[in-house]
Write a protein of this length. Sequence first.
Length: 90
Amino acid sequence: MDQCLDLLGTLFGGATAFPPARGVWRDDDNDGALVYDDTVVVFSYVAGEGLSESDEDAVLQFAKRLGRDGNQGEVGVFIDGTYYGFQDFD
C-alpha cells in the first residue's frame, strides 16, 4: 500500500487510503464462484491540466503491477469520472 501512496503523493501531491473493507467478486473463470477479500480504496485528486500523459502511464503501470503481484481479478482506476478496469496485467 505504501508504494501506491508514494506514487500518488509524488505525482499528485497526496493520496488517502481507506482502511480495509470487505469485498466480493464473481470469478467467471471458476464457474461464477464468489471470492471474498479485504479491499483498500485509495483516492488522489488532481486537476485535469495537472495530469500528464507520463502520469497516466505511471498509474497504469502501477495498476498492472498491483494486479499481477496481488493476484487480482481486476484493478480499477477512475479518471475524470470514467472507470477503467484492468484484467490483463501484461
